[in-house]
Design a protein around this ligand. Sequence first.
Ligand code: NAD
Length: 332
Amino acid sequence: MKIKLFGIVPEEIPYIEEWKHQHPGVTIDITDDLLTGETAHDTKGYDAIRTLQLSKIPAEAYKTLADNGVKVVAQRSAGTDMHDIPSANENGLVLTHVPSYSPETIAEYTIQQILRLIRKADLIEQRVEQQNFTWPGMIMGRVLGELTVAVIGVGRIGSRVAKILSKGFGSRVVAYDINPHDEFKDYVEYQDTLIQAVSQADIVTVHTPLDESTHHLINGQIFSQFKDQTVFINAARGGVVDTEAMLEAIESGKVVQAAIDVYEYESPYIPVDWTGKKIEDPIFQTILDHDRIVYTPHVAYFTDTAVRNILFTSLNSAYNAVKTGQDVNQFN
Ligand code: NAD
């Protein structure tokens, strides 16, 4: 069996060696190219490919892959929105993803960003760099256990965020989910509507998937229902939030600070070294320049545990699907 890994991240290489050791009959080739209409041609003789993909895969790439003999496309992430499922189906390709690889990783990152914002950590660091060791009101923080947090989407990640906040810090957690789960009711107060949840919260954190129903779920109308001076976190998917509406909410004072790990038009930039190059997207530039927005480049997932789990799950899926024509993580 031959598998080609597109979009390799150097930190994956030791885990690739470990996986190869366990599967001596499989040849693995790697490239840091992403899958595009052009690079799809470089797959002749491979049974499966694994992709790191944030932007849409063009429809013609699926035909090229199938013509080259590829049977399986194993996506490296949980999200599947970059795939053209009808084109994959027309070409008989099995698509797999990694639905869950370490929800704790993203949950802990979310908690870190909440604390970073409410304790004014960046401002304190900037002042210390200037050797300013005074205690003005602008660096005074708030106690997380005294705040109400709205968790939007209480799934694998959102439920862990809610549990840490409630059980660990003593925060009140209100939540909105289209499919509430009884098992989380010990630490989550489900609300009937999204507006009911956000309108009670000091902090709003989003953890829904991105699909047609959640595109711009957090839009101008929803931001208008926030309490004034709400802290806003998005470590889910950029497209769940209407970014321009978020910037307006920051200007109007509905949102006092935001931590954004994902941006709806991030695909040209992630993960690319853009040092010294002009950012052509003025909205992204506004986010980067804004002193009340902390932007991170889609790194919430990036821990050793997550990288290993992603690598193993995606390669196991590719291997199973080539051998049997299906896999438990198949999504088409
Ligand atoms: P999940 O499927 O386990 O949970 C999502 C929850 O959202 C479910 O309970 C679902 O019922 C709920 N939901 C769906 N549509 C909704 C709607 N319209 N309104 C309210 N709730 C709705 O997903 P997960 O594994 O917890 O992932 C959550 C998000 O985190 C996803 O967007 C995923 O892509 C993202 N993520 C980001 C990173 C990162 O590095 N920033 C890493 C991994 C996952």
